[in-house]
Design a protein around this ligand. Structure first.
Ligand SMILES: *Cc1c(COP(=O)(O)O)cnc(C)c1O
Length: 454
């Protein structure tokens, strides 16, 4: 072929110097988080046992840009700027006139976008004299990123890992331990929350909700030595991830293009926010008309099936109440769902954008997701994590629609992680043991009956 470019790289000097804060540009302010007991808006003092003041202030900041500390930028240099690639071989396989670009966050040392926020979270905690961080992890991507970030800054890291994953995915535990983290199978006997679950059911295999309760309790009862870190959902987490979209804007400029459509998968909303918020900014302030599509699994359809109400952030009902599109905090994912993105709710920022009609949402079934993943891997060489494969399935739909309409569309998506730790899910797909599962609308109605009236 020709000398067509497929990779658009930026020099290290082009790592963004500030995070973009969409709160400065939202047409309507975000609804406040509420105290789970009193239902009153949360103040900084309520959050101080869990988070350092710098992150609490970022959570409510109305400044459009927040400077990235030089020490954080220095660590970002280990993997940033990440590449922007044009998926020309996938375009040819689909025989589409669409131009497909993807931002590849799988080049980070932990293999996903999560290190973009784990690093500043560890940094601010270190600055405020915290000795270590606690967190929960399900599949292990967040626990791995936080273990690395804590190691960068000399912090202890205690990870409560859902017991079934701890047992079934021992290598993910070993990665965290390699970076010096202490990993506990949850429910554990280290916390009241864990002990009370074990009393009721000594064989409990755990859940993300239980692990959150343990991690929160371990921080809150440590007398200030430990704080807690969350890998998605919160405003400051989405803000940290905007380095992705800011770089993509510059890289597309080098390619001489501007996206008609931006696509990202949504679990809690952080990688999606990271890629799309700088483009939402352009839509809001420069009259651009980019379509922004959030993609979720049909098995966990918070945006497309959930309701926009106040719900608890965790299963136990100890975490703050947030207004969000939710399936109810008692939501339990179908056992055969292998694609991740299992959170019952969604980031407040993503929910407001959706409610205000500034973004679209779509749900895709599991088999289409894995079909897209395999097609992408064979065309582009990268085996994607199951989560971003939801975005890939939608990109393929959009590229085929462009073909049917005979339109040259420019499509950008976030390939937020590689799938090297997900071979069990691929194995199940190739063995034919995965099935499609639509979360029933009635189940949402039932779950929502258990919510507090706000
Ligand atoms: C954690 C994770 C997700 C889901 O979280 P978001 O906050 O919605 O981005 C998606 N993809 C990968 C690779 C992840 O590690």
């Amino acid at each position: 072929m020709s000398d067509e470019s497929i990779r658009f790289d930026l020099p290290q000097s082009e790592i963004p110097r500030a995070w973009y804060n969409i709160q400065a540009d939202l047409p309507r302010p975000l609804p406040p988080m509420l105290h789970p007991g009193t239902h009153q808006p949360l103040g900084p003092d309520d959050l101080l046992p869990l988070f350092p003041m710098a992150l609490i202030m970022q959570e409510v900041s109305q400044e459009r840009y927040v400077e990235i500390p030089p020490d954080v930028r220095d660590i970002y240099k280990l993997w940033r700027p990440t590449p922007l690639l044009r998926a020309r071989r996938l375009e040819r396989a689909l025989d589409t006139p669409a131009h497909i670009y993807f931002k590849y966050e799988g080049v980070s040392p932990s293999g996903s976008h999560k290190l973009n926020t784990a690093t500043p979270q560890a940094y601010y905690n270190k600055l405020e004299g915290v000795q270590g961080l606690t967190t929960e992890t399900g599949a292990g991507q967040w626990g791995t990123a936080l273990a690395q970030a804590c190691d960068f800054f000399g912090l202890d890291c205690k990870v409560f890992m859902v017991k079934i994953s701890y047992q079934q995915k021992p290598h993910r535990r070993t990665i965290m331990q390699t970076y010096g983290a202490e990993v506990h199978a949850s429910p554990s006997n280290l916390t009241n929350a864990g002990r009370s679950i074990l009393e009721q059911d000594p064989n409990s295999t755990g859940s993300l909700g239980i692990a959150i309760s343990e991690a929160v309790e371990a921080a809150a009862t440590s007398g200030g030595k430990y704080k807690y870190a969350l890998g998605s959902v919160l405003n400051h987490v989405l803000m940290h991830q905007t380095v992705i979209g800011q770089e993509a804007l510059k890289q597309l400029e080098i390619a001489g293009e501007y996206p008609d459509t931006v696509v990202g998968c949504v679990g809690g909303g952080s990688n999606f926010g990271g890629i799309c918020l700088p483009f939402v900014h352009k839509n809001l302030t420069e009259g651009k008309k980019t379509r922004i599509i959030a993609v979720e699994p049909s098995a966990c359809p918070s945006l497309t099936r959930g309701r926009y109400v106040y719900d608890f952030g965790d299963t136990v009902g100890l975490a703050p109440l947030a207004k969000m599109y939710t399936l109810g905090h008692t939501f339990v994912p179908a056992p055969l769902h292998a694609g991740g993105l299992r959170y019952h709710g969604m980031a407040s920022i993503v929910c407001e954008l959706y409610d205000q009609g500034l973004i679209e949402a779509r749900a895709v079934p599991q088999l289409e997701t894995f079909r897209a993943a395999v097609q992408f891997a064979r065309a582009e060489g990268i085996v994607p994590a199951p989560e971003p494969s939801h975005a890939i399935a939608t990109v393929i739909q959009e590229a085929l629609a462009a073909k049917a309409a005979g339109e040259k569309k420019v499509i950008l998506f976030n390939l937020c992680g590689h799938g090297h730790f997900d071979m069990a899910a691929y194995e199940a797909y190739m063995a034919g043991s995965l099935v499609d599962y639509e979360y029933p609308a009635e189940a949402v109605e039932v779950a929502l009956q258990g919510l507090p009236q706000i």
